[in-house]
Design a protein around this ligand. Structure first.
Ligand code: HEC
Length: 394
């Protein structure tokens, strides 16, 4: 969820086959999902929670589009960027931010402190889930966050800063890598670049070699060897661009997010469960996807088609797993956990869905709501209730 600005692009490309066709969007109405302009050449791309943003070469404006069908499950306006000319963009989980040509920061999407940047000039920006950080032109880290994201705030000088769903890491010029949030350990190394995921982070050293540290439950630490020009981290997967422009990805591949295309690319950025790269002609290619959870008329509710997408859209950033089993509850194949095969019984209940632990936690009036931003629409909570009442089909 960081940005990479690629320079020196040539004009004229055909429509990238990976940019989705405009889709009729019945659920979101007027707030329908915009598709990438056709044809368009981009100078930078950033993959976010379930959507992608890119800076157009033609006017430096920003286009955003849903990664895989309309964002019915988590639409906070993150695909509606402001007008203007921008030098950098970073798509976070539910919000995105960009830097204008004067260095001013602008954020849009889910409301909260994370979309209220200070009035300073920035040269980089990184939108996470509950927090945003940037590096000022003076070389200092600034972070702005939701109430719940306060533990992700860092300051001080750094040459690279990156916010993930549960951690912020900054690479300092004294060779330390500070990580805030308590879910990714701090590290050391002469890093040119740091990229933060949910429970792990990766760095690229000045000589181009990679290092990753933190949780390895999905093989996130098994980075390739060699010299790289960029590294980027999603929630539980990472991708890097070799000095020759080839892509490689590692870590969690549950959604095809490791299936990077072959070819020569200029930039790459990993989102929650997808990733996108910019080719030498300014075309955007994306891989990895999520089902949009649409319930067809008369279709019986099932976990994999209709419930898991709710976890993917709202819960995965925190519940993607680390050493604490309860934070893995909503990973793919969560059906077994919910129906009681996990370490804790009773997350779901056929006889009394309303008082199940899961539904209770998602209600607006819960003492400790999940996610902490009260962001799950009522219709999705009702879908969960209906699914439990109908027998919790896998
Ligand atoms: C911003 C991070 C974050 C997000 C997003 C999030 N959770 Fe959590 N969740 C936590 C943390 C931290 C805990 C442990 C502390 C607690 O119980 O409040 C937790 C605990 C829980 C528990 C309690 C487990 C137990 O029985 O002890 C449930 C259930 C849960 N979350 C469900 C959800 C669901 C459903 C979503 C999405 C709709 C979600 N969470 C999104 C951070 C998050």
């Amino acid at each position: 969820m960081r940005f990479i600005l690629a320079a020196g692009l040539v004009s004229c490309t055909t429509r990238s086959p990976y940019i989705p066709e405009p889709e009729p969007d019945t659920a979101a109405g007027a707030d329908s999902a915009p598709a990438a302009p056709d044809p368009e050449v981009f100078a930078a791309v950033s993959a976010g929670g379930w959507y992608t943003c890119a800076i157009r070469v033609s006017d430096h404006g920003i286009s955003c589009w849903w990664a895989d069908g309309p964002g019915r499950l988590a639409d906070f306006g993150q695909t509606h960027p402001p007008e203007g000319a921008f030098a950098a963009v970073s798509a976070g989980m539910w919000h995105a931010c960009a830097i204008d040509l004067d260095g001013g920061a602008h954020c849009w999407g889910q409301a909260g402190g994370k979309v209220a940047p200070p009035d300073e000039a920035f040269d980089t920006i990184s939108a996470g889930m509950t927090a945003t950080c940037g590096r000022t032109r003076g070389g200092d880290v600034r972070c702005w966050a939701d109430t719940h994201g306060g533990d992700l705030v860092l300051d001080g000088e750094a040459h690279s800063v990156s916010v993930g769903p549960r951690a912020t890491c900054a690479a300092r010029s004294d060779g330390t890598v500070d990580c805030a949030g308590g879910h990714v350990p701090s590290a050391s190394g002469d890093l040119a670049e740091v990229a933060t995921g949910a429970y792990f982070a990766c760095g690229r050293a000045v000589d181009g070699t990679l290092s990753c540290w933190g949780d390895d439950r999905y093989g996130q630490l098994r980075h390739p060897a060699g010299a790289f020009s960029a590294v980027t981290v999603g929630v539980a997967h990472a991708c890097a661009l070799s000095e020759e422009g080839a892509l490689s990805c590692w870590g969690d591949g549950s959604y095809g997010q490791l299936d990077a295309p072959s070819g020569v690319f200029a930039a790459v950025d990993a989102g929650t469960n997808h990733a996108c790269a910019l080719d030498a002609d300014g075309g955007v290619s994306c891989w990895g996807s999520l089902p949009d959870g649409t319930v067809a008329e008369g279709e019986a509710l099932s976990h994999d088609a209709h419930i898991q997408p709710i976890w993917d859209a709202h819960c995965l950033g925190c519940h993607a797993g680390d050493a604490v089993p309860k934070l893995s509850l909503l990973r793919p194949a969560a059906h077994d956990n919910i129906t009681g095969a996990s370490w804790r019984e009773g997350l779901g209940s056929v006889t009394d869905p309303d008082s199940s632990r899961l539904v209770f936690r998602m209600r607006d009036d819960a003492v400790a709501p999940m996610p902490p931003t009260h962001a799950v629409p009522d219709a999705q909570v009702e879908r969960l209730v209906d699914w439990m009442a109908a027998g919790m089909a896998p």
